[in-house]
Write a protein that binds this ligand. Structure first.
Ligand code: SF4
Length: 444
């Protein structure tokens, strides 16, 4: 009798936090797919359960601990299941130890700097009863050529830097992701040429501060130079980048983007606060006047560009007058959209011990006021687009009922419209017919 093929092992990946973590998850998935594992949407049935964790906010950490609690039951039902904790959380020394002692059924704990050791550690975890814990304090050199498993076939993220040198006073990233390391231009170009060959049409360049790309290489490499090199790659229609730092976004770079055909006219410039006193305490390295000048430069050089931002509300010492300055800035700049966050103290960062911690109730009340102000502006700006024709990359079917397609403009606005599924993956022209706060409805 013919022997049935052995059932493929399955994995389930839960990813928390930012695009960096999503990108690392693609590497983990790449290793596993190489070994014949297949992804499953059902965590209870997975042979391998991986949590790729985030340390930026307390809430994200609590979610991971909650999930680890639930996994205990899964493991009791299926003792062969392997549980892996990866990402930023274990990079904090006490967290790695806590996981090992309080959740002894976790099989492997790996940090952010040693992802290239994933297969080797997995082999050890498969053979050992004790939790395999491997966390590197130092970042080590950039490792090229890691396998990757990308879910999208149209849009790809490509790292250009790892780590961060900025030490904003509220942020844990430099402690868990290490100092900034840039990839070589040739390696980035080669990766993107390969993506173009596989049919990808949009690439987002990733780094904690893309504007300081190349500084550590000390050979004149710069973000502007990288964008110029990427303009030459055939087959990619759009480049995006995140995240920018307003301090390092030079007027020269704005001009390069103005003249580049493929770099999108969307500027995500996280301002975080409108008060110079708070910006100083945050160690952001710019003033609201500098920020305003940068936005004016963008709007002067690239009319129609969209500008989005991030805000942190309730930073230690933020008074009502400081918060009013944030609201004033929102009214003055008129952002297309803003991501708003309540300040959450992170152990080990300077801001966590600053005097004047703001009460949660006050933070909540402020964030509601900020969102209300911003939403009204977003809607007004979107209404101003009615009747305009926009280039849209068709990304797939919309979640809305009615079989609509969905895509994004170069300015990063979501547009839903009726059309044939054959258009997925193509650039089309759509006329804006209706405007909502977070999206547009259009017609081909
Ligand atoms: S720039 Fe500031 S907020 Fe961004 S990752 Fe670096 S330290 Fe954190």
């Amino acid at each position: 009798m013919e022997k049935l093929p052995e059932k493929a092992k399955t994995y389930h990946l839960s990813v928390f936090g930012c695009q960096m973590n999503e990108r690392d998850a693609e590497i983990i998935a790449g290793y596993l797919e190489e070994r014949g594992y297949k992804e499953t949407g059902d965590p209870q049935k997975a042979d391998l359960m991986i949590l790729n964790t985030c340390a930026v906010r307390q809430k994200a950490e609590e979610k991971v601990y909650g999930k680890l609690g639930k996994l205990k039951k899964f493991k009791e039902d299926n003792p062969d299941m392997l549980i892996v904790v990866a990402g930023c959380m274990p990079q904090q020394e006490e967290v790695g130890k806590k996981i090992k002692s309080r959740y002894p059924y976790v099989d492997m704990v790996i940090g952010t700097h040693n992802l290239s050791r994933f297969p080797e550690l997995l082999d050890r975890a498969l053979g050992e009863k004790e939790t395999v814990l491997d966390i590197w304090e130092g970042e080590g050199p950039v490792v090229e050529g890691l396998p990757l498993y990308r879910r999208s076939k149209l849009k790809a993220w490509v790292n250009i830097t790892y780590g961060c040198n900025n030490f904003c006073s509220y942020c844990i990233v430099p402690y868990v992701r290490g100092r900034e390391r840039s990839r070589q231009v040739k390696d980035i170009v080669a990766e993107i040429e390969e993506l173009a060959g596989k049919g990808f049409v949009e690439v987002t360049l990733l780094g904690q501060n893309v504007n300081s790309y190349g500084r550590d290489l000390q050979d004149g490499t710069s973000f502007a130079g990288l964008l110029l090199a990427l303009e030459e790659v055939e087959g990619i229609g759009r480049f995006r980048y995140m995240t920018s730092h307003p301090r390092d976004f030079t007027p020269h770079l704005v001009e390069i983007i103005r003249d580049a055909e493929k770099v999108c006219e969307h500027f995500h410039l996280p301002v975080q606060a409108g008060s110079n006193g708070i910006l100083k305490k945050m160690n952001r390295g710019y003033t609201r006047e500098h920020y305003r000048d940068l936005v004016h430069k963008v709007r002067r050089e690239i009319p129609g560009a969209s500008i989005t931002t991030d805000f942190i509300v309730g930073f230690p010492g933020e008074t009502e007058a400081d918060f009013q300055e944030t609201l004033d800035l929102v009214r003055e700049i008129r952002f297309d959209a803003a991501f708003t966050f309540i300040y959450s103290p992170r152990r080990g960062t300077p801001a966590a011990n600053m005097p004047g911690q703001v009460k949660q109730q006050v933070k909540k009340e402020r964030i509601y006021r900020l969102i209300e102000e911003q939403n009204a502006i977003s809607l007004e700006i979107n209404r101003g687009l009615l009747g305009q024709k926009m280039e849209v990359l068709v990304e797939g079917e919309s979640k809305n009922a009615g079989g609509e397609l969905t895509g994004r403009t170069r300015t990063h606005k979501v547009v839903n419209f009726q059309g044939s599924r054959d258009l997925i993956g193509q650039f089309v022209e759509v006329t804006v017919k209706e405007a909502q706060t977070w999206s547009l409805t259009g017609q081909l």
